[in-house]
Ligand binder design. Structure first.
Ligand code: ME8
Length: 518
Protein backbone atom coordinates (compact mmCIF):
# COMPACT_ATOMS: atom_id res chain seq x y z
CA UNK A 1 0.00 0.00 0.00
CA UNK A 2 1.08 3.53 -0.77
CA UNK A 3 3.11 5.36 1.86
CA UNK A 4 1.77 8.66 0.61
CA UNK A 5 -0.66 10.61 2.77
CA UNK A 6 -4.26 10.01 1.68
CA UNK A 7 -6.71 12.62 0.43
CA UNK A 8 -10.38 11.89 -0.24
CA UNK A 9 -12.38 14.54 -2.10
CA UNK A 10 -15.90 14.45 -3.50
CA UNK A 11 -18.34 16.58 -5.45
CA UNK A 12 -22.04 16.60 -4.68
CA UNK A 13 -23.88 14.00 -6.71
CA UNK A 14 -26.14 15.73 -9.21
CA UNK A 15 -29.82 15.05 -9.81
CA UNK A 16 -30.09 13.81 -13.38
CA UNK A 17 -33.57 15.33 -13.67
CA UNK A 18 -32.21 17.32 -16.56
CA UNK A 19 -28.94 17.61 -18.43
CA UNK A 20 -25.86 19.04 -16.70
CA UNK A 21 -25.58 22.82 -16.53
CA UNK A 22 -22.57 25.03 -16.00
CA UNK A 23 -23.08 24.99 -12.20
CA UNK A 24 -22.53 21.23 -12.23
CA UNK A 25 -19.50 21.53 -14.49
CA UNK A 26 -18.06 24.32 -12.33
CA UNK A 27 -18.21 22.23 -9.16
CA UNK A 28 -16.67 19.28 -10.99
CA UNK A 29 -13.84 21.37 -12.49
CA UNK A 30 -12.96 22.99 -9.17
CA UNK A 31 -12.94 19.65 -7.37
CA UNK A 32 -10.85 18.12 -10.14
CA UNK A 33 -8.35 20.95 -9.89
CA UNK A 34 -7.96 20.37 -6.14
CA UNK A 35 -7.64 16.59 -6.68
CA UNK A 36 -4.99 17.04 -9.38
CA UNK A 37 -3.11 19.56 -7.24
CA UNK A 38 -2.95 17.14 -4.33
CA UNK A 39 -1.87 14.24 -6.57
CA UNK A 40 0.97 16.31 -8.01
CA UNK A 41 1.88 17.33 -4.48
CA UNK A 42 2.45 13.73 -3.46
CA UNK A 43 -0.88 12.63 -2.01
CA UNK A 44 -2.68 9.37 -2.64
CA UNK A 45 -5.90 10.96 -3.88
CA UNK A 46 -9.32 9.45 -4.25
CA UNK A 47 -11.81 11.63 -6.12
CA UNK A 48 -15.48 10.70 -6.33
CA UNK A 49 -18.37 12.13 -8.31
CA UNK A 50 -21.71 10.71 -9.47
CA UNK A 51 -25.47 11.08 -9.79
CA UNK A 52 -28.28 11.19 -7.23
CA UNK A 53 -31.01 9.23 -8.94
CA UNK A 54 -33.81 8.72 -6.39
CA UNK A 55 -36.42 10.98 -4.82
CA UNK A 56 -39.69 12.70 -5.52
CA UNK A 57 -38.12 15.39 -7.69
CA UNK A 58 -36.84 12.71 -10.08
CA UNK A 59 -40.20 10.94 -9.97
CA UNK A 60 -42.23 14.08 -10.71
CA UNK A 61 -39.91 15.14 -13.55
CA UNK A 62 -40.27 11.68 -15.07
CA UNK A 63 -44.05 11.76 -14.77
CA UNK A 64 -44.21 15.14 -16.52
CA UNK A 65 -42.13 13.72 -19.37
CA UNK A 66 -44.26 10.56 -19.58
CA UNK A 67 -41.35 8.40 -18.46
CA UNK A 68 -40.65 6.08 -15.57
CA UNK A 69 -38.00 7.43 -13.20
CA UNK A 70 -35.68 4.67 -14.36
CA UNK A 71 -36.11 5.84 -17.96
CA UNK A 72 -35.40 9.42 -16.93
CA UNK A 73 -32.21 8.26 -15.22
CA UNK A 74 -31.22 6.27 -18.31
CA UNK A 75 -31.82 9.30 -20.51
CA UNK A 76 -29.86 11.88 -18.50
CA UNK A 77 -27.15 10.08 -16.59
CA UNK A 78 -25.02 9.46 -19.69
CA UNK A 79 -24.84 13.24 -20.11
CA UNK A 80 -23.25 13.54 -16.67
CA UNK A 81 -20.78 10.83 -17.58
CA UNK A 82 -20.06 12.67 -20.82
CA UNK A 83 -19.42 15.83 -18.81
CA UNK A 84 -16.71 13.97 -16.92
CA UNK A 85 -15.04 13.22 -20.24
CA UNK A 86 -15.60 16.63 -21.76
CA UNK A 87 -14.07 18.48 -18.81
CA UNK A 88 -11.15 16.12 -18.31
CA UNK A 89 -12.10 15.06 -14.81
CA UNK A 90 -9.67 12.73 -13.11
CA UNK A 91 -12.21 11.03 -10.83
CA UNK A 92 -11.46 7.53 -9.58
CA UNK A 93 -15.07 6.43 -9.35
CA UNK A 94 -18.50 7.53 -10.56
CA UNK A 95 -21.36 6.46 -8.33
CA UNK A 96 -25.01 6.01 -9.30
CA UNK A 97 -27.34 5.81 -6.32
CA UNK A 98 -29.45 3.18 -8.10
CA UNK A 99 -26.53 0.74 -7.98
CA UNK A 100 -26.82 -2.40 -5.90
CA UNK A 101 -23.69 -1.53 -3.85
CA UNK A 102 -25.45 1.64 -2.79
CA UNK A 103 -28.72 0.01 -1.67
CA UNK A 104 -26.66 -2.36 0.47
CA UNK A 105 -24.66 0.47 1.98
CA UNK A 106 -27.70 2.70 2.65
CA UNK A 107 -29.57 -0.13 4.34
CA UNK A 108 -26.50 -0.89 6.43
CA UNK A 109 -26.15 2.67 7.72
CA UNK A 110 -29.90 2.72 8.45
CA UNK A 111 -29.58 -0.48 10.47
CA UNK A 112 -26.66 0.94 12.43
CA UNK A 113 -28.56 4.15 13.22
CA UNK A 114 -31.59 2.08 14.27
CA UNK A 115 -29.45 -0.21 16.43
CA UNK A 116 -28.09 2.89 18.13
CA UNK A 117 -31.64 3.84 19.12
CA UNK A 118 -31.79 6.90 16.86
CA UNK A 119 -34.70 5.88 14.61
CA UNK A 120 -38.36 5.77 15.67
CA UNK A 121 -41.70 5.69 13.86
CA UNK A 122 -44.22 8.52 14.16
CA UNK A 123 -46.22 10.83 11.88
CA UNK A 124 -44.76 13.76 9.97
CA UNK A 125 -46.95 16.79 9.53
CA UNK A 126 -45.15 19.74 8.02
CA UNK A 127 -43.71 21.49 4.99
CA UNK A 128 -41.68 19.90 2.22
CA UNK A 129 -39.97 21.45 -0.79
CA UNK A 130 -39.73 19.03 -3.70
CA UNK A 131 -37.28 21.30 -5.53
CA UNK A 132 -34.91 21.28 -2.54
CA UNK A 133 -35.92 17.77 -1.38
CA UNK A 134 -36.01 19.38 2.05
CA UNK A 135 -38.24 19.57 5.13
CA UNK A 136 -38.67 23.04 6.54
CA UNK A 137 -40.00 24.28 9.87
CA UNK A 138 -43.05 26.54 9.70
CA UNK A 139 -41.02 29.60 10.68
CA UNK A 140 -38.58 29.03 7.80
CA UNK A 141 -41.38 29.45 5.27
CA UNK A 142 -42.93 32.68 4.00
CA UNK A 143 -45.56 33.74 1.49
CA UNK A 144 -44.01 35.14 -1.70
CA UNK A 145 -45.40 37.90 -3.96
CA UNK A 146 -47.79 35.44 -5.57
CA UNK A 147 -48.99 34.25 -2.13
CA UNK A 148 -47.26 30.93 -2.65
CA UNK A 149 -45.68 29.49 0.48
CA UNK A 150 -41.94 29.12 -0.08
CA UNK A 151 -38.95 27.82 1.87
CA UNK A 152 -35.75 29.71 2.75
CA UNK A 153 -34.36 29.22 -0.78
CA UNK A 154 -37.50 30.57 -2.40
CA UNK A 155 -38.81 27.24 -3.65
CA UNK A 156 -42.49 26.29 -3.14
CA UNK A 157 -43.31 24.05 -0.19
CA UNK A 158 -46.24 21.68 0.18
CA UNK A 159 -47.94 20.32 3.27
CA UNK A 160 -47.08 16.67 3.93
CA UNK A 161 -48.77 14.48 6.50
CA UNK A 162 -47.86 10.80 6.62
CA UNK A 163 -46.44 8.02 8.73
CA UNK A 164 -42.68 8.34 8.80
CA UNK A 165 -39.55 7.14 10.48
CA UNK A 166 -37.67 9.86 12.32
CA UNK A 167 -34.01 10.33 13.10
CA UNK A 168 -33.19 11.73 16.54
CA UNK A 169 -31.35 14.75 15.18
CA UNK A 170 -32.22 16.76 18.30
CA UNK A 171 -29.96 14.48 20.33
CA UNK A 172 -26.94 15.65 18.30
CA UNK A 173 -27.26 19.40 18.74
CA UNK A 174 -24.62 19.75 21.46
CA UNK A 175 -22.18 17.40 19.80
CA UNK A 176 -22.54 19.28 16.51
CA UNK A 177 -21.94 22.66 18.13
CA UNK A 178 -18.90 21.27 19.94
CA UNK A 179 -17.58 19.86 16.67
CA UNK A 180 -17.98 23.24 14.92
CA UNK A 181 -16.26 24.95 17.83
CA UNK A 182 -13.35 22.50 18.02
CA UNK A 183 -12.89 22.25 14.25
CA UNK A 184 -13.15 25.79 12.93
CA UNK A 185 -12.14 24.57 9.47
CA UNK A 186 -14.96 22.04 9.24
CA UNK A 187 -17.34 24.36 7.41
CA UNK A 188 -15.83 26.69 4.84
CA UNK A 189 -16.00 29.46 3.90
CA UNK A 190 -16.75 31.35 7.08
CA UNK A 191 -20.08 32.79 5.95
CA UNK A 192 -21.41 29.25 5.52
CA UNK A 193 -20.09 28.28 8.93
CA UNK A 194 -21.87 31.16 10.63
CA UNK A 195 -25.09 30.26 8.88
CA UNK A 196 -24.91 26.64 10.08
CA UNK A 197 -23.90 27.52 13.63
CA UNK A 198 -26.83 29.88 13.89
CA UNK A 199 -29.23 27.27 12.49
CA UNK A 200 -28.07 24.57 14.92
CA UNK A 201 -27.94 26.95 17.88
CA UNK A 202 -31.59 27.76 17.21
CA UNK A 203 -32.51 24.18 18.15
CA UNK A 204 -32.80 21.00 16.09
CA UNK A 205 -36.00 19.06 15.44
CA UNK A 206 -35.92 15.34 14.78
CA UNK A 207 -35.80 14.66 11.06
CA UNK A 208 -38.32 12.71 9.01
CA UNK A 209 -36.27 10.13 7.09
CA UNK A 210 -38.79 8.01 5.21
CA UNK A 211 -41.74 8.41 2.84
CA UNK A 212 -44.71 6.19 2.09
CA UNK A 213 -46.52 8.01 -0.73
CA UNK A 214 -44.19 6.94 -3.55
CA UNK A 215 -41.66 4.20 -4.02
CA UNK A 216 -38.77 5.63 -6.05
CA UNK A 217 -36.06 5.07 -3.49
CA UNK A 218 -34.30 2.54 -1.32
CA UNK A 219 -36.65 0.46 0.87
CA UNK A 220 -36.38 0.86 4.63
CA UNK A 221 -34.96 -2.43 5.97
CA UNK A 222 -37.76 -4.56 7.41
CA UNK A 223 -40.55 -2.16 6.36
CA UNK A 224 -41.07 -2.10 2.59
CA UNK A 225 -43.98 0.31 2.85
CA UNK A 226 -41.38 3.01 3.50
CA UNK A 227 -38.60 4.24 1.29
CA UNK A 228 -35.71 6.24 2.67
CA UNK A 229 -35.76 10.02 2.46
CA UNK A 230 -33.58 10.78 -0.57
CA UNK A 231 -30.96 12.69 1.45
CA UNK A 232 -30.24 9.69 3.70
CA UNK A 233 -29.51 7.71 0.58
CA UNK A 234 -27.69 10.57 -1.20
CA UNK A 235 -25.24 11.43 1.58
CA UNK A 236 -24.39 7.78 2.07
CA UNK A 237 -22.88 7.73 -1.45
CA UNK A 238 -19.65 9.08 -0.01
CA UNK A 239 -19.06 5.93 2.02
CA UNK A 240 -20.66 3.46 -0.41
CA UNK A 241 -17.88 4.34 -2.82
CA UNK A 242 -15.33 3.33 -0.17
CA UNK A 243 -16.92 -0.08 0.20
CA UNK A 244 -19.20 0.58 3.19
CA UNK A 245 -20.37 -1.43 5.13
CA UNK A 246 -16.95 -3.06 4.87
CA UNK A 247 -15.24 -0.62 7.22
CA UNK A 248 -12.23 -2.95 7.45
CA UNK A 249 -11.68 -2.81 3.70
CA UNK A 250 -8.64 -1.08 2.29
CA UNK A 251 -10.51 1.82 0.71
CA UNK A 252 -12.51 2.64 3.79
CA UNK A 253 -9.58 2.44 6.14
CA UNK A 254 -7.42 4.52 3.87
CA UNK A 255 -9.84 7.27 2.86
CA UNK A 256 -12.48 7.76 5.54
CA UNK A 257 -13.07 10.34 6.96
CA UNK A 258 -13.21 12.43 3.78
CA UNK A 259 -10.85 15.40 3.57
CA UNK A 260 -13.26 17.65 1.67
CA UNK A 261 -16.82 17.41 0.42
CA UNK A 262 -17.10 20.12 -2.23
CA UNK A 263 -20.73 21.21 -2.58
CA UNK A 264 -22.78 24.26 -3.45
CA UNK A 265 -23.90 26.66 -0.75
CA UNK A 266 -27.56 25.61 -1.12
CA UNK A 267 -26.92 22.14 0.34
CA UNK A 268 -24.67 23.03 3.25
CA UNK A 269 -27.26 22.09 5.90
CA UNK A 270 -27.47 18.50 4.68
CA UNK A 271 -23.70 18.09 4.73
CA UNK A 272 -22.77 20.02 7.83
CA UNK A 273 -25.70 19.08 10.09
CA UNK A 274 -27.46 15.89 9.01
CA UNK A 275 -24.43 14.03 7.63
CA UNK A 276 -22.15 14.19 10.71
CA UNK A 277 -25.11 13.20 12.89
CA UNK A 278 -25.94 10.17 10.71
CA UNK A 279 -22.29 9.13 10.72
CA UNK A 280 -21.88 9.47 14.48
CA UNK A 281 -25.08 7.55 15.03
CA UNK A 282 -23.64 4.75 12.88
CA UNK A 283 -20.37 4.82 14.83
CA UNK A 284 -18.37 6.52 12.07
CA UNK A 285 -16.29 9.68 11.95
CA UNK A 286 -17.53 12.95 10.48
CA UNK A 287 -15.79 14.37 7.40
CA UNK A 288 -12.95 16.80 7.99
CA UNK A 289 -14.31 19.60 5.83
CA UNK A 290 -17.39 20.69 3.94
CA UNK A 291 -16.67 23.46 1.44
CA UNK A 292 -19.72 25.33 0.13
CA UNK A 293 -18.87 27.08 -3.13
CA UNK A 294 -20.92 29.92 -4.57
CA UNK A 295 -23.40 29.99 -7.39
CA UNK A 296 -22.68 30.87 -10.98
CA UNK A 297 -24.75 33.44 -12.74
CA UNK A 298 -24.81 33.99 -16.43
CA UNK A 299 -24.32 37.75 -16.72
CA UNK A 300 -25.67 38.07 -13.22
CA UNK A 301 -28.73 35.81 -13.68
CA UNK A 302 -28.92 32.67 -11.58
CA UNK A 303 -28.72 29.65 -13.86
CA UNK A 304 -31.03 26.78 -13.18
CA UNK A 305 -33.22 24.39 -15.06
CA UNK A 306 -36.39 26.02 -13.74
CA UNK A 307 -35.32 29.58 -14.54
CA UNK A 308 -34.46 28.35 -18.01
CA UNK A 309 -31.25 30.26 -18.75
CA UNK A 310 -28.93 27.31 -18.56
CA UNK A 311 -25.92 27.63 -20.75
CA UNK A 312 -24.81 24.26 -21.99
CA UNK A 313 -21.36 23.42 -20.60
CA UNK A 314 -20.59 21.25 -23.61
CA UNK A 315 -21.18 24.24 -25.90
CA UNK A 316 -18.89 26.37 -23.76
CA UNK A 317 -16.09 23.79 -23.87
CA UNK A 318 -16.55 23.41 -27.60
CA UNK A 319 -16.54 27.15 -28.25
CA UNK A 320 -13.59 28.21 -26.11
CA UNK A 321 -11.75 24.97 -25.40
CA UNK A 322 -11.94 22.92 -22.25
CA UNK A 323 -8.74 24.26 -20.69
CA UNK A 324 -9.73 27.86 -21.33
CA UNK A 325 -13.10 27.25 -19.65
CA UNK A 326 -11.48 25.50 -16.70
CA UNK A 327 -9.00 28.36 -16.32
CA UNK A 328 -11.62 31.04 -16.73
CA UNK A 329 -13.96 29.81 -14.00
CA UNK A 330 -11.26 28.97 -11.52
CA UNK A 331 -9.39 32.23 -11.98
CA UNK A 332 -12.34 34.55 -12.42
CA UNK A 333 -14.54 33.37 -9.55
CA UNK A 334 -13.23 33.53 -5.98
CA UNK A 335 -13.87 30.00 -4.82
CA UNK A 336 -16.56 30.15 -2.14
CA UNK A 337 -18.23 33.26 -3.63
CA UNK A 338 -20.83 33.66 -6.32
CA UNK A 339 -19.56 34.53 -9.76
CA UNK A 340 -20.85 35.57 -13.11
CA UNK A 341 -19.68 34.94 -16.61
CA UNK A 342 -20.18 36.24 -20.07
CA UNK A 343 -18.65 35.82 -23.49
CA UNK A 344 -16.65 39.03 -23.06
CA UNK A 345 -15.21 37.96 -19.72
CA UNK A 346 -14.17 34.54 -21.08
CA UNK A 347 -12.53 36.02 -24.19
CA UNK A 348 -10.73 38.57 -22.09
CA UNK A 349 -9.14 35.92 -19.85
CA UNK A 350 -8.29 33.73 -22.84
CA UNK A 351 -6.59 36.47 -24.76
CA UNK A 352 -4.98 38.41 -21.92
CA UNK A 353 -3.92 35.76 -19.40
CA UNK A 354 -3.42 32.77 -21.66
CA UNK A 355 -2.57 33.86 -25.20
CA UNK A 356 -0.70 37.09 -24.30
CA UNK A 357 0.81 36.57 -20.89
CA UNK A 358 1.70 32.90 -20.76
CA UNK A 359 1.48 31.90 -24.42
CA UNK A 360 3.59 34.76 -25.76
CA UNK A 361 6.17 34.43 -23.03
CA UNK A 362 6.72 30.78 -23.93
CA UNK A 363 6.51 31.38 -27.66
CA UNK A 364 8.89 34.32 -27.74
CA UNK A 365 11.53 32.81 -25.50
CA UNK A 366 11.41 29.36 -27.04
CA UNK A 367 11.51 30.67 -30.61
CA UNK A 368 14.65 32.60 -29.74
CA UNK A 369 16.19 29.38 -28.46
CA UNK A 370 15.14 27.64 -31.68
CA UNK A 371 16.50 30.39 -33.95
CA UNK A 372 19.66 31.41 -32.14
CA UNK A 373 20.73 28.42 -30.08
CA UNK A 374 19.90 25.51 -32.42
CA UNK A 375 16.92 24.64 -30.25
CA UNK A 376 19.10 23.48 -27.39
CA UNK A 377 18.71 24.66 -23.78
CA UNK A 378 21.69 26.98 -23.21
CA UNK A 379 24.17 26.83 -20.38
CA UNK A 380 23.45 29.85 -18.18
CA UNK A 381 26.37 32.10 -17.31
CA UNK A 382 26.75 33.93 -13.99
CA UNK A 383 23.32 35.03 -12.71
CA UNK A 384 22.60 38.73 -12.33
CA UNK A 385 20.56 40.03 -9.38
CA UNK A 386 17.59 40.29 -11.78
CA UNK A 387 17.99 36.62 -12.76
CA UNK A 388 18.25 35.58 -9.13
CA UNK A 389 15.18 37.60 -8.21
CA UNK A 390 13.19 36.09 -11.08
CA UNK A 391 14.15 32.54 -10.11
CA UNK A 392 13.40 33.20 -6.44
CA UNK A 393 9.90 34.32 -7.39
CA UNK A 394 9.35 31.20 -9.47
CA UNK A 395 10.73 28.98 -6.70
CA UNK A 396 8.38 30.65 -4.23
CA UNK A 397 5.21 29.79 -6.15
CA UNK A 398 4.70 26.36 -4.64
CA UNK A 399 4.60 27.59 -1.08
CA UNK A 400 2.02 30.25 -1.93
CA UNK A 401 -0.02 27.80 -3.97
CA UNK A 402 -0.01 25.22 -1.17
CA UNK A 403 -1.03 27.78 1.39
CA UNK A 404 -3.98 28.80 -0.78
CA UNK A 405 -4.98 25.23 -1.52
CA UNK A 406 -4.97 24.28 2.18
CA UNK A 407 -8.15 26.35 2.23
CA UNK A 408 -9.35 25.45 -1.27
CA UNK A 409 -8.64 29.03 -2.35
CA UNK A 410 -8.15 27.91 -5.94
CA UNK A 411 -8.28 31.48 -7.26
CA UNK A 412 -5.45 32.56 -4.92
CA UNK A 413 -3.27 29.70 -6.08
CA UNK A 414 -3.83 30.83 -9.67
CA UNK A 415 -3.22 34.47 -8.76
CA UNK A 416 0.12 33.48 -7.28
CA UNK A 417 1.16 31.64 -10.45
CA UNK A 418 0.01 34.36 -12.83
CA UNK A 419 1.72 37.04 -10.75
CA UNK A 420 4.96 35.24 -11.61
CA UNK A 421 3.94 35.06 -15.27
CA UNK A 422 3.44 38.84 -15.22
CA UNK A 423 6.80 39.36 -13.57
CA UNK A 424 8.48 37.07 -16.10
CA UNK A 425 7.07 39.21 -18.91
CA UNK A 426 8.49 42.34 -17.26
CA UNK A 427 11.82 40.56 -16.79
CA UNK A 428 11.90 39.45 -20.42
CA UNK A 429 11.05 42.93 -21.71
CA UNK A 430 13.62 44.59 -19.43
CA UNK A 431 16.42 42.15 -20.28
CA UNK A 432 15.60 42.44 -24.00
CA UNK A 433 17.42 39.27 -25.09
CA UNK A 434 16.81 40.14 -28.77
CA UNK A 435 19.06 43.18 -28.30
CA UNK A 436 21.74 41.05 -26.62
CA UNK A 437 21.92 38.68 -29.57
CA UNK A 438 24.72 40.66 -31.23
CA UNK A 439 26.17 42.54 -28.24
CA UNK A 440 26.35 39.82 -25.60
CA UNK A 441 25.21 36.37 -26.76
CA UNK A 442 26.27 34.71 -23.50
CA UNK A 443 24.03 37.07 -21.57
CA UNK A 444 21.19 36.41 -24.04
CA UNK A 445 21.60 32.68 -23.39
CA UNK A 446 21.34 33.23 -19.64
CA UNK A 447 18.17 35.31 -20.00
CA UNK A 448 16.61 32.64 -22.23
CA UNK A 449 17.54 29.93 -19.77
CA UNK A 450 16.00 31.83 -16.85
CA UNK A 451 12.83 32.47 -18.86
CA UNK A 452 12.63 28.82 -19.95
CA UNK A 453 13.05 27.72 -16.34
CA UNK A 454 10.18 30.00 -15.27
CA UNK A 455 8.03 28.55 -18.07
CA UNK A 456 8.87 25.04 -16.85
CA UNK A 457 7.75 25.80 -13.32
CA UNK A 458 4.64 27.68 -14.37
CA UNK A 459 3.68 24.77 -16.64
CA UNK A 460 4.09 22.25 -13.82
CA UNK A 461 1.90 24.38 -11.58
CA UNK A 462 -0.67 24.94 -14.33
CA UNK A 463 -1.37 21.21 -14.74
CA UNK A 464 -4.19 21.03 -12.17
CA UNK A 465 -6.13 23.79 -13.92
CA UNK A 466 -5.28 23.12 -17.58
CA UNK A 467 -4.08 19.54 -17.86
CA UNK A 468 -3.85 19.40 -21.66
CA UNK A 469 -2.27 22.78 -22.34
CA UNK A 470 0.17 22.44 -19.46
CA UNK A 471 1.26 19.05 -20.81
CA UNK A 472 1.88 20.62 -24.24
CA UNK A 473 3.89 23.39 -22.64
CA UNK A 474 5.94 20.84 -20.69
CA UNK A 475 6.56 18.96 -23.95
CA UNK A 476 7.94 22.18 -25.44
CA UNK A 477 10.50 22.48 -22.65
CA UNK A 478 11.20 18.73 -22.93
CA UNK A 479 10.25 17.87 -19.36
CA UNK A 480 10.00 14.07 -19.11
CA UNK A 481 6.79 12.57 -17.71
CA UNK A 482 8.45 11.57 -14.44
CA UNK A 483 9.62 15.12 -13.76
CA UNK A 484 6.25 16.84 -13.84
CA UNK A 485 5.18 16.57 -10.22
CA UNK A 486 5.65 19.32 -7.65
CA UNK A 487 8.71 17.48 -6.36
CA UNK A 488 10.46 18.76 -9.52
CA UNK A 489 9.70 22.42 -8.76
CA UNK A 490 12.40 24.84 -7.69
CA UNK A 491 16.07 23.94 -7.61
CA UNK A 492 15.20 20.23 -7.58
CA UNK A 493 14.51 20.24 -11.31
CA UNK A 494 16.20 23.07 -13.23
CA UNK A 495 15.98 23.11 -17.01
CA UNK A 496 18.99 21.01 -18.09
CA UNK A 497 21.53 22.75 -20.33
CA UNK A 498 22.22 20.81 -23.52
CA UNK A 499 18.67 19.42 -23.74
CA UNK A 500 17.29 19.60 -27.29
CA UNK A 501 13.83 21.15 -27.51
CA UNK A 502 11.14 20.41 -30.07
CA UNK A 503 10.20 23.23 -32.46
CA UNK A 504 8.02 25.70 -30.53
CA UNK A 505 4.32 25.80 -31.38
CA UNK A 506 1.57 28.00 -29.96
CA UNK A 507 -0.27 26.43 -27.04
CA UNK A 508 -2.88 29.06 -26.24
CA UNK A 509 -4.94 30.14 -29.23
CA UNK A 510 -6.21 33.68 -29.24
CA UNK A 511 -10.01 33.83 -29.46
CA UNK A 512 -11.07 35.49 -32.68
CA UNK A 513 -14.72 36.37 -33.18
CA UNK A 514 -16.22 34.32 -36.02
CA UNK A 515 -17.14 36.56 -38.94
CA UNK A 516 -20.76 37.60 -39.05
CA UNK A 517 -22.80 35.01 -40.92
CA UNK A 518 -19.97 32.44 -40.79
O1 ME8 B 1 -28.27 19.23 -4.85
N1 ME8 B 1 -23.84 27.34 -9.67
O2 ME8 B 1 -28.12 18.03 -6.81
P1 ME8 B 1 -28.18 19.23 -7.88
C1 ME8 B 1 -23.01 26.59 -8.96
N2 ME8 B 1 -28.47 15.78 -5.57
N3 ME8 B 1 -23.33 25.40 -8.46
C2 ME8 B 1 -24.55 24.94 -8.66
C3 ME8 B 1 -25.51 25.67 -9.40
C4 ME8 B 1 -25.10 26.94 -9.92
N4 ME8 B 1 -25.89 27.70 -10.65
N5 ME8 B 1 -26.65 24.94 -9.43
C5 ME8 B 1 -26.41 23.80 -8.73
C6 ME8 B 1 -28.23 18.18 -5.46
N6 ME8 B 1 -25.15 23.80 -8.27
C7 ME8 B 1 -28.19 16.87 -4.69
C8 ME8 B 1 -26.82 16.74 -4.04
S1 ME8 B 1 -25.01 15.42 -2.55
C9 ME8 B 1 -25.04 14.10 -1.48
C10 ME8 B 1 -26.63 15.47 -3.24
C11 ME8 B 1 -24.51 22.76 -7.46
O3 ME8 B 1 -28.12 18.54 -9.21
C12 ME8 B 1 -25.30 22.44 -6.21
O4 ME8 B 1 -25.04 23.39 -5.22
O5 ME8 B 1 -29.31 20.13 -7.60
C13 ME8 B 1 -24.78 21.06 -5.86
O6 ME8 B 1 -23.60 21.12 -5.12
C14 ME8 B 1 -24.51 20.45 -7.24
O7 ME8 B 1 -24.49 21.54 -8.18
C15 ME8 B 1 -25.57 19.44 -7.66
O8 ME8 B 1 -26.85 20.06 -7.63
Amino acid sequence: MSQKPSFYITTAISYPNGVPHMGHAYEAIATDCIARFKRLDGYDVRFLTGTDEHGIKMLQTAQKAGLTPRELVARNTPRFEAMVEAFDLSNDDFIHTTEERHARSSQAIWNRMAANGDIYKSTYAGWYSVRDEAYYAEDETTLNDQSVRVGPQGTPVEWVEEESYFFRLSAYQDRLLAYYRDNPGFIMPEARRNEVVSFVSGGLQDLSISRTTFDWGIPVPGDDKHIMYVWVDALTNYITALGYPDTDGELFRRFWPADVHVIGKDIIRFHAVYWPAFLWSAGLEAPKRVFGHGFLFNRGEKMSKSVGNVVDPFDLAQTYGVDAIRYFFLREVSFGHDGSYSHEAIVNRMNADLANDLGNLAQRSLSMVAKNLDGVVPQPGPLSPEDEAMLALADGMLEKAREAMENQAVHLYLNAVWAVVAEANRYFAAQAPWALRKTDPARMATVLWVTGEVVRQVAILAQPVMPQSAARLLDLVAVPPDARSFAALGAAGRLPAGQALPPPVGVFPRYVEPEAGA
